[in-house]
Design a protein around this ligand. Structure first.
Ligand code: MSP
Length: 542
């Protein structure tokens, strides 16, 4: 088998029962930051997202709206799910829908294969089911209802009553994989991350796994079971396969096969902690049964909370990404959620916190720095970058900060500590602001030895300070491109960097801190503010 060559990252595929809220956008934006970073490591990258369209949850919503599930899904995907990717600036390589033929036929092939290998048997099942989760529940995890749900058992995630299901159906012999899974977690400590997620999964599997019901026969919105089309596949075991079908698994086409060979296994399945077990238990068991390699990592991030509870449309706490982005812009959205919440932990969203960080960090910290430097190169050197003189201790210290920022951010990205990666890059924003304050180029400009006949000289102290600051900005544009792609591009344009250095997206992160990238004579222009100050944060509250 040829060596896999792509860095392959996936998001969950989202249910189309409703439009996206910021919880969904959070996962996609995180995946986008990581994949952009890897692209700037000059690696081949594949970033997949998509929609999960079968199952009762979507079927019931469609019925309640008086349309067929296919028509419902088509409308939501085109009107909401695909457009939101543009709204948040996600640069995904593919978008898979589970109703596409490339998915359904390959899923059937996978399960026919497992059936032929004796991994599937027929049986009966009775148990509580949560349609919100699309999951059979273990009675022990249910909570007692109160108020309108008095006397009923509720799903702990959705807070709604579960339904008792009795079905004659098919089962996957998942219990047989208990030990192999435990061995895999043991031998691959980073397979499930963060540590809290790993511990939860191990504790769960140690109790011993049950066989998994994989079919439903009381409704038909799903992929028909190839050996008994009276049944449809359980939505989760259809959906999980998207990670393989989308890159060519199960196709006879030689190009598809080659793509699968070079892309699988996935490097990271990024998921919310609500769907950790599906990805860290059921999915690897399915892959083991089929003799396929396991993904390298399942990373579970935390929840965006509202009033201490998981934000969700069903609880009417969902906020649409555009509600934030229309006011603050997509860069601020991306920056805020990836910086303010330690990736892997829960976090509460608040308009006040977003506004405060926008003004302090993006407008005053970063945007203002970029404007000041461009304005001074304009004022003292007619917008043409001068030649720097010999670096002094302050320049060397700033270069050290830049080198450390790159090294720390690189290491943080590998641990998916996205907030730390941004924090590391931000040390350079702060150090450059501090450098300018200390060096006070506007004072240096008054020194008669800096100019002759009103023309500031190259190689002088003023030139050195401004070139050093412009170089720090160049590094920041490269390092922040994965996080705030629009502002980074505007900065790249303002630095006139494309002519000497090429496109921003192609700039390697590893050498971002190597000074001397912008040659003397580069034209620097002061464009619009990267992050215009928002005068009245109260305007942001809808
Ligand atoms: N369709 C399944 C996933 C199948 S993957 C093979 C599903 N879809 S979902 O629409 O409910 O999306 C769940 C995912 O959206 C979560 O795992 C998480 O990535 C994201 N989020 C949804 N609400 C969220 C929060 N309140 N907070 C953070 N992320 C959230 O489950």
């Amino acid at each position: 088998m040829p060596e896999p060559t792509s860095f392959y990252l996936t998001t969950p595929i989202y249910y189309v029962n409703d439009a996206p809220h910021i919880g969904h956008a959070y996962t996609t934006v995180a995946g986008d930051m990581v994949t952009r970073w890897h692209r700037q490591r000059q690696e081949p990258v594949w970033f997949l997202t998509g929609t999960d369209e079968h199952g009762q949850k979507v079927l019931r919503t469609a019925e309640a709206n008086g349309v067929s599930p296919q028509a419902w899904a088509d409308r939501l995907v085109e009107d909401s799910w695909k457009p939101v990717l543009g709204t948040i600036d996600a640069a995904n390589d593919d978008f898979i829908r589970t109703t596409e033929e490339r998915h359904t036929t390959r899923v059937q092939r996978f399960w026919q294969g497992l059936h032929d290998r004796g991994e599937v048997y027929e049986g009966g099942y009775e148990g509580p089911y949560c349609v919100g989760c699309e999951e059979y529940k273990v009675p022990g995890e249910l909570v007692d209802g109160t108020g309108e749900f008095e006397g009923q058992k509720l799903c702990p995630i959705h807070g709604r009553p579960v339904e008792m299901l009795t079905e004659q159906n098919y089962f996957f012999r998942m219990s047989a994989y208990t030990d192999r899974l435990l061995e895999h977690y043991e031998a691959n400590p980073t397979f499930v991350q963060p540590e809290s997620a790993r511990n939860e999964v191990i504790a769960f599997v140690r109790q011993g796994l049950q066989d998994l019901s994989i079919s439903r026969s009381t409704f038909d919105w799903g992929i028909p079971i190839p050996w008994n089309p009276q049944h449809v596949l359980y939505v989760w075991i259809d959906a999980l396969l998207n990670y393989a079908t989308a890159i060519g698994y199960g196709s006879d086409d030689p190009e598809d096969k080659a793509r699968f060979e070079r892309t699988w296994p996935a490097d990271v399945h990024l998921v919310g902690k609500d769907i950790l077990r599906f990805h860290a238990v059921i999915w690897p068991a399915m892959l083991m049964a089929a003799g396929l390699d396991l993904p390298k990592q399942v990373f579970a991030h935390g929840w965006l909370l509202v009033g201490g509870e998981k934000m969700s449309k069903s609880k009417l706490t969902g906020i649409a990404p555009s509600q934030i982005i229309d006011h603050f812009g997509s860069d601020a959205f991306r920056y805020y959620f990836l910086r303010a919440i330690p990736f892997g932990q829960d976090g509460s969203f608040s308009w006040e916190d977003l506004s405060a960080r926008y003004n302090a960090e993006l407008a005053n910290g970063f945007g203002n720095l970029a404007s000041r430097v461009a304005a001074m190169v304009g004022k003292y050197f007619d917008g043409l970058l001068p030649e720097a003189g010999e670096p002094g201790p302050a320049e060397l210290a700033l270069a050290d900060v830049a080198a450390r920022a790159v090294a720390d951010a690189e290491a943080a990205i590998d641990r998916l500590a996205l907030h730390e990666a941004i924090g590391a890059v931000w040390t350079l924003v702060e150090a450059t602001n501090g450098y300018l304050t200390e060096q006070a180029p506007w004072q240096v400009a008054k020194d008669p030895s800096e100019s002759q006949d009103g023309v500031y000289r190259s190689g002088g102290r003023l030139a050195t300070i401004l070139v050093t600051s412009a170089e720090a900005l160049r590094a920041l544009a490269v390092l922040l491109h994965p996080v705030t792609p629009r502002a980074a591009q505007a900065l790249w344009d303002s630095l006139g960097a494309e002519v000497p250095l090429g496109q921003l997206a192609a700039q390697p992160v590893a050498s971002a801190a190597t000074l001397g990238g912008l040659p003397a004579g580069t034209r620097i222009t002061k464009g619009a503010s990267l992050f215009p100050r928002l005068e009245d944060p109260a305007d942001a509250t809808p």
